[in-house]
Structures are given as structure tokens and as C-alpha cells.
Design a protein around this ligand. Sequence first.
Ligand SMILES: *[C@@H]1O[C@H](CO)[C@@H](O)[C@H](O)[C@H]1NC(C)=O
Ligand SMILES: *[C@@H]1O[C@H](CO)[C@@H](O)[C@H](O)[C@H]1NC(C)=O
Ligand SMILES: *[C@@H]1O[C@H](CO)[C@@H](O)[C@H](O)[C@H]1NC(C)=O
Ligand SMILES: *[C@@H]1O[C@H](CO)[C@@H](O)[C@H](O)[C@H]1NC(C)=O
Ligand SMILES: *[C@@H]1O[C@H](CO)[C@@H](O)[C@H](O)[C@H]1NC(C)=O
Ligand SMILES: *[C@@H]1O[C@H](CO)[C@@H](O)[C@H](O)[C@H]1NC(C)=O
Ligand SMILES: *[C@@H]1O[C@H](CO)[C@@H](O)[C@H](O)[C@H]1NC(C)=O
Ligand SMILES: *[C@@H]1O[C@H](CO)[C@@H](O)[C@H](O)[C@H]1NC(C)=O
Ligand SMILES: *[C@@H]1O[C@H](CO)[C@@H](O)[C@H](O)[C@H]1NC(C)=O
Ligand SMILES: *[C@@H]1O[C@H](CO)[C@@H](O)[C@H](O)[C@H]1NC(C)=O
Ligand SMILES: *[C@@H]1O[C@H](CO)[C@@H](O)[C@H](O)[C@H]1NC(C)=O
Ligand SMILES: *[C@@H]1O[C@H](CO)[C@@H](O)[C@H](O)[C@H]1NC(C)=O
Length: 843
Amino acid sequence: MPRRRALPLWTLLVPLQLALVPSPLAGCLLSPCLEVIPNTTFRCTELNTSGVPAGVPNTTQNLDLSFSNLKSLRSNYFSSVPELQLLDLSRCHIHTIEDNAFKDLHRLSTLILTANSFHYLGTAAFYGLAALKKLVLVETNITSVTDLPIGHLHTLQELNLGHNSITSLKLPKYFTNLTSLRHLSFFSNKITYISKGDLDALREGNRLNLTLVLSLNNIKSIEPGSFAKIHLGELVLRSSFENFSVMHTSLQGLAGLQVKRLIAGEFRNNYRLSDFQRGLLSGLCQVQMQEFVLICFKKFESNTDTLFDCIGNVSTIRLVNLGLEEISEVPVSSQVKQLECKNCDFEEVPALKLSHFKELRVLRITKSTSLRNFRQKFRDLSKLEVVDLSENRLAFSGCCSHLFRNCSNLKHLNLSFNADIRLTGDFADIKNLLYLDLQHTKLFGPGSYPVFLFLQELIYLDISYTKTHVKSQCTFCGLNSLQVLKMSGNSFENNRLTNNFKNLTHLHTLDISSCMLVQVNQNTFDALSELKELNISNNKLLTLDPGVYQPLQALRVLDFSNNQLTVLLDSALETLPDSLVLLDISQNLFDCSCAHLNFLKWVKEKQELLQNKELMICHMPADMKNVSLSSFDLSSCHLSASKVAVTVVMLLSAVVLLLLIYNYYVQLYYSLVLLSGCKHSAERGNTYDAFVIHSSKDQEWVIKELVEPLEGGTPPFHLCLSCRDFLPGVPIVTNIIEEGFLSSRNVIAVISTNFLESKWCSFEFDIAQSWQLVEGKAGIIMIVLEEVNKALLRQRLGLSRYLRRNTYLEWKNKEMSKHIFLRQLTGVLIEGKDWNNEKEKLK
Ligand SMILES: *[C@@H]1O[C@H](CO)[C@@H](O)[C@H](O)[C@H]1NC(C)=O
Ligand SMILES: *[C@@H]1O[C@H](CO)[C@@H](O)[C@H](O)[C@H]1NC(C)=O
Ligand SMILES: *[C@@H]1O[C@H](CO)[C@@H](O)[C@H](O)[C@H]1NC(C)=O
Ligand SMILES: *[C@@H]1O[C@H](CO)[C@@H](O)[C@H](O)[C@H]1NC(C)=O
Ligand SMILES: *[C@@H]1O[C@H](CO)[C@@H](O)[C@H](O)[C@H]1NC(C)=O
Ligand SMILES: *[C@@H]1O[C@H](CO)[C@@H](O)[C@H](O)[C@H]1NC(C)=O
Ligand SMILES: *[C@@H]1O[C@H](CO)[C@@H](O)[C@H](O)[C@H]1NC(C)=O
Ligand SMILES: *[C@@H]1O[C@H](CO)[C@@H](O)[C@H](O)[C@H]1NC(C)=O
Ligand SMILES: *[C@@H]1O[C@H](CO)[C@@H](O)[C@H](O)[C@H]1NC(C)=O
Ligand SMILES: *[C@@H]1O[C@H](CO)[C@@H](O)[C@H](O)[C@H]1NC(C)=O
Ligand SMILES: *[C@@H]1O[C@H](CO)[C@@H](O)[C@H](O)[C@H]1NC(C)=O
Ligand SMILES: *[C@@H]1O[C@H](CO)[C@@H](O)[C@H](O)[C@H]1NC(C)=O
């Protein structure tokens, strides 16, 4: 084998390199701080030293020191980082905060102290925090708010005291100072009694919009009068009471409260009370509220419950995750304007009872898996405007007029994501409908009969994926005001558009993607002179016929991707309207022969108009297959005699070269790498963060464990994988060198048994090593999968695992190890990342 004869250049350089390395395994140690966003955001977790790490510059705005071992915060502890806006000190074993610890942080707006067990807080501990908006004291072993030294934090908007052992809701006098407070959470504490006077501090001043969270406490009683004359934005009482009778009597104690939204109920994973019993909410008769939300009760006494007794005059009611099988008795002259039931247990749309809500304007019953029938009729809801019955399992026929008697104000009807619905075409009683959404529900009727004839006012119709087969030319007759028609994922007779849209003169958006279309007849779009957006992608159209698209003179967006176009003829290019700002003709079967030079030129000129250019690829002729249209070389179409001669000579040289290559396999590659490396390194940008060398058998692992977390994380990294990023048509060796090594800052080698067995992988790895030594770039990151034979590994990887620049990581298939692995990997990759470039891309 020629391989044997090669003198591996890098073996000469290794001892030299080694001599310069102080500690052979230094590469394994990671710097304590991760620069998440240059100069402003740093993550320095799990430190074992006190103080702000020296590497954090004074420009830092966000600093995460969580899981460090800080113990005690002295005065002016953070003086080196005066620009901080967010400081995370979660789980830092802090027991003491001395006076003026945060003194220099005039701009700090968020301070997180979660899970530190305080023994001592100086009375001036929080002095200097002149802009603090959010203070998180979750799980800090606080038993009382009385002595919390926060009375001077006038700017505080959110105070989170969750998961502590606070036993009393008595708010000290200093709360009157906290006039900006909007959110006060006592989530999961030990409050048992609420007494008159506890909330006095909220009564003073004009507080408008405070959210008070008392969920997961163990309230045994609320003394009547405790909430009298209190105004709140929101009061949350989920799993706050031990049993039914305690909840019943405690709610009586809310008398006199004025609140915009009251949320009561349980948590799905934490039911204390699962049954809703008679009279539970009777205390709410004395509460003034605009919105009431009831969450998570499993059982309701059927039909005897008194759910609406005291909330019948609330403007908005939301019922979520309730085992409600029937609608409870509705009080006469109820004032409810908006009613929502999400994930309730109805089997039938309870239209009869709901019709007693005479003031109802918005009704939503969604995500109820047992809801199948719609037989009862809504009657005389003259104010009803919105009915949303989406995402249930409804199957019924006779839609829709007779189900809505005398509901003439109905404007939105959403029946999408249901099972199946038969439309009769009778919309006479609801002919003022503006929006009708039936997507993803199997429909009977449309396509065969002109079922929309009555809907002369309708402006929005969605019948996407409804298994509609358009046979009748009058399918959309009557929709004279229609502006948006979405009907992707359906079909047309003979897979052909004929005169289907003749009267839709106001249409501005038409989606007929994925309709299996093979042809569009002349005159189809004649009436659509106002159309702005046409999506005809994912069909099987062979041509963009100028005559057909001529009438679309207002078109701005045309999506013609994923069809079978070979070319746009000159006549088609001329008819494209000037108004067009976005044209997608990607994923078609383009013919790049020189006969279509005009089209190819046009593609080059219209780069701004064209979308998804990287997916515009030659399909023909065979030698051009898979070449990207935008990188197509126009000059190749002007061949002269001399060039032919040159080509012949070049071909001959190529043959000679190939012979040579065959003989001097590795030497040649290395010199090629080294030479081209030196030549290009200056001009090439680093397009990728890393080039991944791996065995094709590990493809799945690479995608799941590397590509997905790294490319999807923050910051996102760009990886170069041979199967994905290599330019098609370019010889593979050139690709490895130019697209792989020269365009990437790092090389990641995924070392597995498959890798060690593959000759190709060893070859790539050898090139990577010599490239690294010559270019002097960052290193090779070796990821060793757990099942590898260690002896074999040592032999194969040779000395390179001891190089200073290289990083050697082992991967184990455990959640915790994966997490650490990924942190180390991102830590290595983030060094030297080109942020300017990154910002450009994000814009
Ligand atoms: C970070 O700060 C340094 C020194 O102040 C400066 O040279 C560099 O441009 C800054 N980087 C960014 C991305 O702002
Ligand atoms: C942190 O430092 C202390 C001594 O200051 C030492 O006892 C402890 O083992 C160190 N922990 C770690 C994880 O290094
Ligand atoms: C930050 O440090 C630099 C020197 O490293 C200094 O010139 C600059 O004045 C400092 N800025 C602030 C706000 O302290
Ligand atoms: C919480 O504080 C009490 C004293 O108030 C102390 O006895 C207890 O150990 C502390 N808990 C923790 C977890 O530090
Ligand atoms: C409340 O604010 C006033 C004025 O800023 C201040 O004098 C007083 O000390 C504050 N009260 C508390 C308990 O911090
Ligand atoms: C009240 O606060 C809530 C959230 O805390 C917010 O969504 C709402 O817009 C606020 N209302 C007013 C009138 O400020
Ligand atoms: C409800 O809880 C209270 C307080 O713990 C207790 O006194 C009462 O007996 C309980 N009632 C029922 C019905 O369990
Ligand atoms: C609801 O309002 C009506 C009149 O608008 C009134 O008669 C009725 O008592 C009120 N019900 C409740 C529970 O406040
Ligand atoms: C519709 O309501 C009007 C009055 O609002 C009433 O006269 C008429 O009988 C109702 N029609 C039906 C079909 O219920
Ligand atoms: C209808 O409901 C579906 C599912 O909830 C939603 O995605 C869609 O936007 C709604 N349609 C309209 C017109 O609001
Ligand atoms: C088409 O629209 C015109 C005017 O808007 C109307 O007179 C005609 O009846 C409509 N034709 C159909 C088939 O809907
Ligand atoms: C056209 O429809 C397809 C799916 O049918 C969708 O992926 C694409 O984003 C749509 N195009 C535009 C421009 O909205």
C-alpha cells in the first residue's frame, strides 16, 4: 500500500510541539467562566473560590454564579462589575449577606438568591440596589417577612418568596414603600391563618394591579374582613386549602375584595380536593371580579352543582381541566360575556344550557377529547360573536344554520381539528359570518355542492386538509367578499384547476399548496386581480404558463416551490408582475443546459427576489446534476476553440495526476493540504465552528447528540458534516480540505469502534492532525464513545491526545454525564467564536 511508504509529516513536528507544552493534559482543564455573549454575559458556575472571578470584565451585564461556594457576601462584593443587570446566585451556599454587599450595583434589575439558607442578613444588605425590579428569594429558609431588609426598594416590581416557611401573611409597614410592586408570591409556604389587618399595607396608596399568589399553602381560615376594600389585579388560590369545608368557609372570608382575575382550584399532579361539592364557591358572591378561572377538579356532582351561583355576573369565566360533564344551572339574567371550557368532559355541545347566557359574546369549548356530538341548538344568543369549538372530536351532520337559531351576530366560527362534519349549505341564520375555520376536519359537502352560497360576507375561509375533492365549478360560489382562502392538502377533479375561482374578485390570499395539481387551465385566475399572495407549492406542475398568471397583476408573493418546472421561459419572466417581492421556485427540476442561458442569467440577477436559493438545483443535463443554480458558471456556455484545446490538455494532465496520486497517495494529499492551507487561510472566513469527522455508521449518534443540541442551543454552533454540507459535484478530497478543515475552526472526531475500523476515518484524522500543526489553529476535539477498545484507541490516536490544544472528552449515555459533556464541549467551541459574524447572521 502506498500508505506505508508515506512519511507522516506530523510525527516530526509532534516532539517540537510537545516541548512547548507545560502540562500534557492541560487541554482537559476548562476555564472557569463561559463567555456566553462577549463582554456582557458570563456563566461561571460551580466555582470553589469566593469573589467575582478575575476573568469577568467590568462591562459584564449578566452574570451567572450559580452552584458556586460563596458562603458569605462581604461589603462591596461586586464592585468589579458595576454594570450588572442580572445576577444569579442560586445554590451558592450563602448564609450571610453583610451590609452594602450589592452597593455598587446601581443598575441591577434582577437578583436571584434561590436556594441559599440565610442565617444573617444585614439591615443594609440590599442597599444601593436603586433599580432592582425583581428579587427572587425562593427556598431561602425565610420564616417571616417582618425583618426582611427590603423596605427601601421603591422600584421593586416582583418579589418571589416561594418555597419558604413563612407562616403569616401579615405584611409589615414597609410594604407601603413598595409602590411599584406588581407580583408578590407566597407560593408553597406555611400560611395557615389570614387575619384582619394582615393586608393593611396593600390598602394604602393607590395600588392597582398587584398579583398575589397564595397557592400551595395550608390555609385553615380567612377571617372575614381580611380582604375588605383590597384591590388586586389577580389572586391565585390553587391547592391552598386542605379540604372542602375549609375552602368553603375560607372563601367567605374574601368578602369585600375587588379583583380583576381570581384563580382557584388545584394542580393536576397535586389534588387535595378532587370533588366539587355544592355551594363551594358561595363565598364569592361577596367578591367583585371581572374574570374567574377554575382549574383542575376531577369530579362534579352531576347536574346538582351550583357552580355558577355566585359567578353568574362575572364577565369572563374560564374552566380548565374540569371533570365537568354537563353545564351547571345558569342563573337568570347572567352577565357572563365570555365563557371558555378547555379540556372538560362534555360528550355533547351543551347548547341548550349555554343558551341561557344571554349576554354571551365569546364561547370557546376546546381540547375536550370526549366531545363528539353536536345535536342541541343554540338559541337566541343575539350578542354571540365568536364560537370556537376547535380541537375536539366532533362528528355531526347538518352544519350549520339550524344549530345557531337567532344568533345572527355570529362572526367567527371555528370547527377546526375535529373528526368529521357534513355541511348542508344552509347558513341562512348566520349569514353575517366573517371567519370560518374548518381545517383538519373531514368535510362532506364542499366540492360537490355550492355549500357556501349564503356566506356573502365571509372574508376568511380555511378548509385545508379536509379531504375535499373539488368537482363542482361552483364550489366557491357566493363567497363574493372572500379575502383569504386556504385549501392546501385537498384535491381537484383531474388534478387540474379550471374555472374554480371565478367570482372571488376580492381574494388577496390563496393557498392551494399540496393539492396534487398537474395543470392550471387558462382563465383560472382571471378574476383574481387583487390577489397578493399565491401558494401553489408542493404540486406537480410542469410549467409556469404566462397566459395563466397574467391576470395576477397585484401579486407580491408567489410560492411555486416543489413542483416540476424545468425552466421559466422568457415570456413567463416578462409576465411576472413588478409588484412581486418574493418568489420561491426552489425544489423544481431545473434544466441547466446552455439553451436556457437567459433563464440562468436571470436567476443570477434576481437574487433578492428569489427565496431558498440554496434549494434551486440543476436536475439536467446529467453532468450538471446537483449544481446550485446560483453558483452556475455562465462562462462555461461560451466555449471557444482554444478553450477546448486547453480543456483537452487539462484532461490529459488530470489523468497523469491521477496516476501520480495513486502512487504517492498520502504525501500528495498532505502537501496539498499544507499548501492550500497556507494559501487560503487568510482569505477564508470560518464558516463553521467545527468539522465533524465520524464513521457513517455513527450518523444517528452525531445528529442526536451533537448536531441537535449544538445547532439548536444558545449560542448556536454551526457544524460541517460531510453528508450535509459538502458541495455536491466537488471532488470529495477537495471538499474535505476546503469545506471541512479550512472553513472550520475546530475538528471534532467522534471516535467509536466503527471509526477505528474505518480506513477513511483514519485518513481524515491524519489530514486533520497535519492541518492542525501547520495552521496552528484550535485543536482537535476527540469524543470517545464508551464502548471503544482502549488499547486500540491508544495505538491509533498516538500522541495527538497529549497535545495542548487538543481536548479529549469521553461520552457516557447518562443524563448527568451528557449534561456535563455538553457543557465542556460548548466551552471548548465557544473559544474564539466569531461574534461579529454571528451578529450579522442573527439580524
Ligand atoms: C469586548 O471588549 C473588548 C475590550 O473592551 C473590545 O475590544 C471588543 O471589541 C469587545 N467585543 C465586543 C463583541 O463588543
Ligand atoms: C472546595 O474548597 C474546599 C476548601 O476551601 C475543599 O474542602 C473542597 O473539597 C473543595 N471542593 C471542591 C469540589 O473542589
Ligand atoms: C473598566 O476597566 C477598564 C480597564 O480594564 C477601564 O479603563 C474602565 O474605565 C473600566 N470601566 C468602568 C466603568 O469601571
Ligand atoms: C433554617 O433556619 C433554621 C433557623 O431559623 C435552622 O435551624 C435550619 O437549620 C435552617 N435550615 C436550613 C436548611 O439551613
Ligand atoms: C420607606 O421609604 C422612606 C422614604 O424613602 C424611608 O425613609 C423609610 O426608611 C422606608 N421604610 C423602610 C422600612 O425602609
Ligand atoms: C396587570 O398585570 C398583568 C400581569 O401582571 C398584566 O398582564 C396587565 O396588563 C396589567 N394590567 C394593567 C392595567 O396594568
Ligand atoms: C378539614 O380540615 C379541618 C382543619 O384541618 C378539620 O378541622 C376538619 O375536620 C376537616 N374536615 C373534613 C371534612 O375533613
Ligand atoms: C347578577 O346581576 C343581577 C342583575 O344584573 C342581579 O339581580 C343578581 O343578583 C346578580 N347576581 C349576583 C350573584 O351578584
Ligand atoms: C328570534 O328573535 C326574535 C326577537 O329577538 C323573535 O321575535 C323571533 O321569534 C326569534 N326567532 C326564532 C326562530 O327563535
Ligand atoms: C381555530 O382554532 C385553531 C386551533 O385552536 C387555531 O389554530 C386557529 O387559528 C383558529 N382559527 C381562527 C380563524 O381563529
Ligand atoms: C358573481 O358576483 C356578481 C357580483 O358580485 C353576482 O351578481 C353574481 O351572482 C356572482 N355569481 C356567482 C355565481 O356567485
Ligand atoms: C406554502 O405552503 C407550504 C405548505 O403547504 C408552506 O410550507 C410554505 O411556507 C407556504 N409558503 C408561503 C410563502 O407561505
